[in-house]
Design a protein around this ligand. Structure first.
Ligand code: NAP
Length: 258
């Protein structure tokens, strides 16, 4: 199959952190087949703890042309990732699209942040991107086609007090994205990052009303974003219309960074 044929064929995707928030919206967006030229035959999503969320998501997908599978695995573990990606590829026959979305926060001012909270966030947010990318690039190179989208954050661009671990992981994702884009461009693989601003999910539900009010003061559109806002840009980057885009960071942030 040539690159162009693979580009228009129904695709097989892996989405990490698919059970909640942005990842859940991405799985649903890809599964609806709404975006021009973008159809999926199989979507495998990875999660860490919430079994009911995984079952519920699969129930909510009502497109009979797409098969959706869940895999429980810790994205921060290199070994678990190898086993999981092997199992996914066995199940869905290959991988065309990888969305590195799983992430956590363990916020604190540096004075109070302990080593474990720094290491855990780097492992779940940044090492996971290395783990999954490394596990999929061999088959992507062999087929000379791949779309990799990494979910970073605006705080990886501008920093945030109390989030030195998180913003370091998200800035790390941007450097990784650009290096991979350069390494893989000649192999038919594009690698891009999406940098959401403040999006209404379980992650931001942890913030106090006062914190949200303060954050919104820095958003020209004066509101939080929706997971679907991020999912739609991610779907675009998987589509044929984005074939000439690589190494980019697209902010979905209501104008917060410009
Ligand atoms: P969320 O609602 O907290 O959901 C996180 C998802 O990641 C869950 O499905 C969770 O699965 C999974 N996950 C976490 N750690 C994992 C691990 N070690 N192994 C496997 N899966 C794991 O988060 P969200 O707000 O949707 O954020 C999604 C991504 O967008 C993250 O990378 C986040 O940093 C980024 N982001 C979010 C915002 C925002 O405002 N919400 C802004 C910028 C960037 P379980 O529930 O099973 O643990």
């Amino acid at each position: 199959m040539d690159n162009d044929t693979i580009g228009t064929n129904p695709k097989r995707a892996i989405v990490t952190g698919g059970t909640r928030g942005i990842g859940r919206a991405i799985v649903k967006e890809l599964a609806t087949g709404n975006f021009r030229n973008l159809l999926f035959s199989d979507i495998a999503f990875v999660y860490n703890s919430c079994d009911e969320c995984a079952e519920q998501l699969i129930k909510e997908i009502d497109n009979p042309n797409v098969k959706v599978y869940s895999f429980k695995s810790d994205v921060s573990s290199f070994e678990q990732t190898q086993t999981t990606v092997d199992a996914i590829i066995k199940k869905i026959g290959g991988v065309d699209v990888l969305i590195n979305n799983a992430g956590i926060t363990k916020d604190n001012l540096l004075l109070r942040m302990n080593e474990k909270d720094f290491d855990d966030v780097i492992a779940a947010n940044l090492k996971s991107v290395f783990n999954y990318t490394k596990a999929v690039i061999k088959p992507m190179i062999a087929q000379r086609y791949g779309r990799i989208i990494n979910i970073s954050s605006v705080v990886g661009l501008i920093g945030n007090a109390g989030q030195s671990n998180y913003s370091a992981s998200k800035a790390g994702i941007i450097g990784f994205t650009k290096s991979m884009a350069r390494e893989l461009a000649s192999r038919g693989i594009t690698v891009n990052a999406v940098a959401p601003g403040f999006i209404q999910t379980d992650m931001t539900d942890k913030l106090t009303e006062e914190q949200v009010k303060r954050l919104i003061q820095n958003v020209p559109m004066a509101r939080l974003g929706k997971p679907e806002d991020v999912a739609k840009v991610t779907a675009f980057l998987c589509s044929k219309d984005a074939d000439y885009i690589t190494g980019q960071v697209i902010a979905v942030d209501g104008g917060m960074t410009m």
